[in-house]
Write a protein that binds this ligand. Structure first.
Ligand code: PLP
Length: 395
């Protein structure tokens, strides 16, 4: 029995998190399936700056809580990734944060020198790993995902295994718990990039024993273009793991203006620079769109949206398009990637028809599902447009 548009409207009426959409400004007439690249604008964002910067001026560093923002927002993100308050900090860009954590991981394992990842990782993550290894006098290796376990048990001296939890191209999701355990068994630290997971997948990084993690602020967290990223350092490591890019804001006494670096205790010790307040304001507004929302409900809706999309596309255009994402929802994040020889043209044609996805070379059309602001009916309509476009492109 094929699902109908009426069924989708009924699903919307019963959606336990349907009310959250009102927290966003979503343009009319567009189905936005690219929240995995840049989340939508939270309505609250506009009000904040005129008051705090415009009127409060320098007094807002304390008065409006600007100085505390990295830790305060970190605590809000902690709930979304399944770790404790005091373990997460919002600061710096994703790539800088990753570099910082990888350098720290290398110095935490002085008897080991290898950074291990997959060749399928996001390019910036590959460049950062290679550079971190070079800067620290270590080495870098990337392998295909099926070779990871052999590599971990075989290669001597893996200091850290670092992986992106959900593959940006295919949406495939790694087994965080199993791979973290394998890393630990081999004596390595486990570092996870949560760019395509945070805010879309229910995570239990604490329960999985993850050592270090980071993620992007502007995708499913809706922090706005170029929003700061976040970093996680497991509390037991915070006493011994160095801040690899020390700066005055990570100092125990930033306003003591001492000549030598003494790392502040706790997560604040991993700050480098002054909090980027404008970016953090966007990030906080984005993270606050999750207030009162359970990640289990987000994940459940994400899985249903993905299944609905795939079902409708395959019903009308099956055989004409490849599916790059795993068929089992338990093994994928919040996106469906399709393969087609004319993927690039398809993505532009769909955008013109009001369905925004994106193209990833060589042949992938990527559609992300941000459960906070998408409805079932929209995704149903979008899937039909995708199917029609695929049929047209395949003639
Ligand atoms: C989006 C994304 C980035 C982005 O890095 P920036 O430094 O914020 O530009 C990095 N890594 C992964 C895996 C991503 O998905």
């Amino acid at each position: 029995m094929a699902i109908t548009r009426d069924d989708c409207e009924e699903l919307d009426r019963r959606d336990p998190i349907g009310w959250v959409r009102e927290r966003f400004t979503v343009p009319h007439g567009v189905v936005y399936l690219d929240g995995n690249s840049l989340g939508a604008l939270p309505g609250r964002m506009a009000q904040v700056l005129a008051k705090e910067w415009g009127r409060g001026l320098v007094s807002s560093w304390d008065g409006a809580g600007w100085m505390d923002a990295p830790r305060r927002i970190g605590d809000k993100i902690a709930r979304l990734i399944g770790v404790a308050p005091g373990e997460v900090l919002a600061a710096d860009s994703t790539t800088i944060t990753l570099t910082k954590l990888l350098l720290a991981a290398l110095s935490a394992r002085p008897d080991r020198s290898l950074l291990l990842t997959t060749a399928t990782n996001f390019p910036s993550d590959l460049y950062a790993g290679e550079a971190a290894a070079r800067l620290a006098g270590g080495s870098f290796r990337m392998v295909e995902p099926p070779a990871l376990l052999d590599e971990l048990s075989g290669a001597a001296g893996v200091a850290a295994l670092y992986l992106t939890h959900v593959d940006y191209r295919t949406g495939e999701m790694f087994d965080m718990e199993g791979l973290t355990a394998a890393a630990h068994e081999s004596g390595a630290l486990a570092v996870w990039d949560l760019c395509h997971s945070a805010g879309a997948v229910a995570l239990d990084c604490g329960g999985a024993g993850v050592d270090l993690a980071l993620g992007c602020g502007y995708k499913y967290l809706n922090g706005g273009p170029g929003a700061p990223s976040f970093l996680y350092v497991r509390s037991e490591l915070q006493g011994s793991l160095p801040n690899a890019l020390p700066g005055w804001l990570g100092h125990e006494a930033p306003f003591g203006f001492e000549g030598g670096f003494r790392q502040a205790p706790g997560i604040g010790g991993y700050l480098t620079s002054s909090p980027p307040v404008l970016g953090l304001t966007g990030l906080e507004a984005g993270v606050d769109t999750f207030a009162g929302v359970e990640m289990a409900d987000v994940r459940a809706k994400s899985v249903r949206l993905g299944q609905l999309f795939l079902e409708v596309v395959l019903e009308e255009a099956g055989g004409l398009v490849g599916v790059a994402s795993p068929g089992d929802p338990a093994r994928r994040g919040s996106q469906i990637s399709l393969r087609h020889d004319r993927a690039k043209a398809l993505v532009s044609e769909l955008a013109a028809a009001g369905v925004v996805g994106d193209f990833r070379p060589p042949d992938v059309c990527r559609f992300g599902f941000a459960p906070l602001y998408l409805t079932y009916r929209e995704v149903f309509d979008a899937a039909r447009k995708v199917a029609t476009a695929v049929v047209g492109a395949s003639r």
